[in-house]
Design a binder for this molecule. Structure first.
Ligand code: UDX
Ligand code: UDX
Length: 452
């Protein structure tokens, strides 16, 4: 088969690289409107950082994996077209701040209708509100002129930083489609692609709407676990409890399970907030305000947690950080990615800049230009300095903040850092990755999350 994927982002790029790597018999072309991004995919420095991705891309690129901006031809030649374009939260008009902005998805559908000259299977890879497939189908069918289109929903469950592992051995692959004979035949074609490496019993097939809703629900449940444990972290701080101990104790109950119970400065990433907002909007649309309020509280708790953290920094440092140097370690929304979308670091930094702090920021993978763009600062704004390592960032600082759980932060020489800082030397571990007792022995005024 010839496969085309529109959107060479964090989802489209790695997913298509894995399909090409595992399925030598299929040719995969990933297209994007962004020429720079495509050039980077064709170079030695890929546009996204993801452990193990380089090897997978190198094994297939130029053989059965291609990156191109020739969108029309790639669509025309393909038997199966994945849509993996971004679906940001709408910033204007009806549903602003909550509904998904589907303009790119609709543009893709119209482009497919315009350039195709034969039958196609169109696969939604982007996370979409329930019943989007219906809109895509209408756009395609009203322009069909005898051609036949089948729409499938195949949501992606990979997490950034572990994308290659997640793609290699997914818990499940979900494929939704029409329950007609033609729909089932299309589902089978996509099942056959994944069955090249995923055990058949892990490939689930459902109707279209169940598949779309499962993606939103999965992310809402995952985010809910973090907001739940973060809510408890506030209570732990008010008592003598320790949130890591509480999380461990409840996680050993097999009905609860140990994963996704790590209390933190808050969750970030391109999906959780966007998908819950989407769910909330859908619930309101369908006249279910109580359900909408229930899920919205997961986001409210996350906002509370991010601002609570900056509030702690301020109150511990004698209620003023004005003109103080604060070292920020980590800017990505989690470790092992260069992605900063909705990163809690952005919110914490903005709160502290508002208080007129000077920030020295270091992240192993996020470039200075991205940090400045996320904070809305020009190149010559000297309220932040982006450093090339953690020691440079912490030198002369009044406080150190750990905002991403990069492994290298655990291996830092904190005695050396302490000796180079202003006293009292504060340290706030927003990810609970450091040994606070050992830091206190060195002399730090050290605090974590959810530790009374
Ligand atoms: C996207 C969605 O945001 C997410 O909801 C979904 O689950 C997977 O796809 P991601 O891959 O992380 O996630 O987005 P991004 O890295 O922004 O990549 C999207 C790409 O699509 C960009 O490179 C953009 O240039 C491209 N694009 C967008 C097109 O090629 N054509 C368009 O019309 C719009
Ligand atoms: C998420 C889903 O996990 C994935 O299945 C879906 O396809 C896309 O959205 P992603 O956003 O890439 O993936 O990362 P994830 O590992 O889920 O982390 C999201 C945020 O939650 C990060 O900011 C992370 O630091 C935070 N987190 C995660 C916690 O604070 N505590 C935890 O225990 C786990």
């Amino acid at each position: 088969m010839k496969i085309c994927c529109i959107g060479a982002g964090y989802v489209g790029g790695p997913t298509m690289a894995m399909i090409a790597h595992k399925c030598a018999g299929h040719t995969v072309t990933v297209v994007d409107i962004n020429q720079d991004r495509i050039d980077a995919w064709n170079s030695d420095l890929l546009p996204i950082y993801e452990p193990g991705l380089d090897e997978i891309v190198q094994s297939a690129r130029g053989k059965n994996l291609f990156f191109s901006t020739d969108i029309d031809n790639s669509i025309r030649e393909a038997d199966m077209i994945f849509m993996s374009v971004n679906t940001p939260t709408k910033t204007f008009g009806v549903g602003a701040g909550r509904a998904a902005d589907l303009r790119y998805v609709e543009k893709c559908a119209r482009k497919i209708a315009e350039v195709c000259d034969g039958d196609k299977i169109v696969v939604e890879k982007s996370t979409l509100p329930v019943r989007t497939a219906e809109s895509i189908k209408r756009i395609l069918e009203s322009n069909a002129e005898g051609r036949k289109f089948q729409i499938l929903s195949n949501p992606e469950f990979l997490a950034e930083g572990t994308a290659i592992e997640d793609l290699q051995e997914p818990d499940r692959v979900l494929i939704g489609g029409d329950q007609t004979p033609e729909g089932k035949a299309a589902i089978q074609k996509l099942v056959d692609v994944y069955a090249e490496w995923v055990p058949r019993d892990r490939i689930l097939t459902t109707n279209l709407w169940s598949s779309e809703l499962s993606k939103l629900t999965a992310n809402a449940f995952l985010a809910q676990r973090i907001s739940s444990i973060n809510a408890i972290s506030a209570l732990c701080e008010a008592t003598e409890a320790n949130v890591d101990e509480v999380a461990h104790a409840i996680g050993t109950d097999s009905r609860i399970g140990p994963k996704f119970l790590k209390s933190s400065v808050g969750f970030g990433g391109s999906c959780f907030q966007k998908d819950i907002l989407n769910l909330v909007y859908l619930c309101e649309h369908f006249g279910l305000p109580e359900v909408a309020t229930y899920w919205n509280s997961v986001i409210e708790m996350n906002d509370y947690q991010k601002h609570r953290f900056s509030g702690h920094v301020l109150s511990a440092m004698f209620n003023t950080v004005s003109d103080k140097q604060i070292a920020v370690l980590g800017f990505a929304f989690k470790k092992d990615t260069n992605d900063t979308r909705e990163s809690p670091a952005i919110y914490v930094c903005k709160d502290l800049l508002e208080e007129q702090a000077n920030l020295t920021i270091y992240d192993p993978k996020v470039p200075e230009s991205k940090i400045r763009q996320d904070l809305g600062l020009s190149d010559d704004d000297d309220s932040i300095t982006v450093c090339s390592d953690a020691y440079e960032a912490t030198k002369d600082a009044h406080a150190v903040l750990v905002l991403t759980e990069w492994d290298e932060f655990k291996a830092l020489d904190f005695k050396k850092i302490y000796d180079s800082m202003q006293l009292p030397a504060f340290l706030f571990d927003g990810r609970n990755i450091l040994d606070l007792d050992a830091l206190r022995d060195i002399g730090f005024e050290a605090r974590g999350i959810g530790k009374g």
